[in-house]
Design a protein around this ligand. Structure first.
Ligand code: ATP
Length: 292
């Protein structure tokens, strides 16, 4: 698989804040990725760097193998920002026309179809739109651009559940027919868990974990029972988080559990369950912070 985007030890500081701190990541062709992190983790700074809006203080960024130089705006990327800067007086159809001019693979027929799917009135002015409708205009542009790399920053902001589902479903349907690389940046892992293959979890400017969603599901366990039995069980295992209540407790353990592990847990009266992804994500970030 060839690489669409390669970031090597990129840095960006604002005063004393290291917004992005020696961060490396690679996106391959034809995959859907998630970029997860809490507010202030550095996601937007990273996305601004890879799309040419902010130049890194150090490190390298390559798009389709070509190193980004200062001032370069890679044409093969469609970046849908969390806050867009469309002129308020422009109508939806004008904004789509502008987007068509920017994106060489723009599909006008598909864009027209999506106006209906996303219930957008092309004659409406941008400033007359609700926050959710504004997000949908951005999402429509991201999809119709058919860009080799499409980046959505918080694409479902302000959308109701139905519209969120409609966006993700449309994305998956279109991806099946026109595979390309997509990066979804959000702080809600559950929302994208069924859509993305792999996630990058970001905290304090760095990548805390890079993992296939399926692997996380298989490897994240919540083990609970008596404290003494728990202590023995977790020895030599990666414990993401632990809590004690009297002589009982729980631990979030990350890693493959063998048949023997399961037998040992059962014999000690320990319960082993899966962990909801959003919870795992929160625990992992907490651990990342205490490690600093
Ligand atoms: N232009 C700037 N000037 C000063 N500090 C900045 C600037 N841009 C970002 N920062 C700081 O860098 C850090 C990372 O911010 P960034 O916006 O990249 O995070 P984020 O993960 O996108 O957060 P959110 O989810 O809230 O958008 C924060 O501490 C932020 O305050």
């Amino acid at each position: 698989m060839s690489s669409v985007l390669q970031v090597k030890h990129a840095n960006k500081s604002y005063g004393r804040t290291d917004a992005v701190d020696s961060l490396s990541l690679e996106l391959e062709e034809l995959k859907i990725y998630g970029l997860l992190g809490r507010n202030g983790a550095g996601k937007t700074t990273l996305l601004n760097m890879v799309t040419g809006g902010v130049f890194p203080d150090g490190g390298e960024i390559a798009v389709h193998g070509t190193l980004l130089k200062k001032g370069d705006v890679p044409a093969q990327i469609c970046y849908i920002r969390e806050k867009n800067f469309y002129p308020g007086n422009a109508r939806v159809r004008d904004v789509l026309q502008m987007a068509a001019a920017f994106h060489p693979d723009w599909d006008a027929k598909f864009a027209s179809k999506l106006l209906g799917t996303f219930k957008l009135n092309p004659r409406k002015k941008m400033r007359q739109l609700s926050r959710g409708m504004e997000s949908m205009v951005g999402n429509l542009i991201g999809l119709a651009s058919r860009s080799p790399l499409t980046i959505f920053d918080e694409p479902v902001l302000g959308l109701d559940v139905l519209m969120r589902e409609r966006f993700y479903r449309t994305l998956l349907e279109d991806y099946a027919e026109h595979p390309r690389t997509v990066l979804l940046s959000t702080h809600l892992i559950d929302e994208i868990a069924t859509v993305v293959e792999k996630v990058f979890i970001m905290e304090s400017g760095s990548i805390l974990m890079e993992e296939e969603v399926e692997q996380i599901r298989e490897r994240a366990h919540l083990v609970s029972g008596l404290g003494a039995a728990l202590d023995t069980f977790v020895q030599g295992k990666r414990v993401i988080h632990g809590e004690r209540y009297g002589n009982a407790g729980m631990a979030i353990v990350y890693g493959k559990l063998t048949k023997e592990d399961h037998k040992a847990a059962e014999s000690q009266g320990l319960a082993v369950e899966g962990v909801p992804l959003q919870k795992f994500f929160a625990y992992l970030i907490e651990e990342g912070q205490t490690d600093e």
